[in-house]
Write a protein that binds this ligand. Sequence first.
Ligand SMILES: [Zn+2]
Ligand SMILES: [Zn+2]
Length: 250
Amino acid sequence: MKFLGDYHTHTVASDGHSTLEQNVAAATKAGLEEIVVSDHGFKSILANMTSKNFEKQQAFINAEKSIRVLQGIESNILNPEGDIDTPDEYIRRLDVLTVGFHRYVKPKFMFSKFIFVNGFCSTRAKRALVDANTFAYVNALSRYPIDIVAHLNHKAPVNARPIFDKAKETGAYVELNAKHLDAFLPLVKDAIESGVNFIVSSDAHRANDIGQFEEIEKFIKENNIPLERVFGIEGNKPTFKDKTDWRGEK
Ligand SMILES: [Zn+2]
Ligand SMILES: [Zn+2]
């Protein structure tokens, strides 16, 4: 299987250990044509996106000519209403808008029941939040021009089918995330049945992990995921929503 790109990568701008420059070199070495830089959102703790880092990444991307680098942000999903932590003016400037659940967000959000129970409590306590988690993703997909749903079912359990249906309707990809294939395994049958499209990603936090897709290739084969619905492989280059004219939430 030939892979075209890696659609979820981190740098030192959030909790990654490599610079964007090192990531680009690793991607080139791995034979990829494109990568998405998708550092964590503005409300993450310690590893949050800042306007300064965003501008730095944009400047790097504009100057980079060896491979295609797409500007993304892995936005945090904050509550059952589906609020995310990337302001509208930044969404309009993104090539790729990714959303995912993470527990380490600013205290105002972290100590809400939604983040705290999902992120830190027992599996049983989390299960009580399945409906809220499901609404959170469905609402976010309805409200924002989301391109990629990251590592679904990691930390926050969901009723996956309505999310896949909404993702299909809105044209969002769901991730085959090399780091979280275990979390995705119980959902894969529903995903295939729903008709949603998949995208490949390493979620690399080190340059060396970029484009390391052996486990994903195995996962695709073992679960009979239709190749024509896997994006980021030869013959299937993903496209992302033009957000320039997105009018925003308010
Ligand atoms: Zn993540
Ligand atoms: Zn990530």
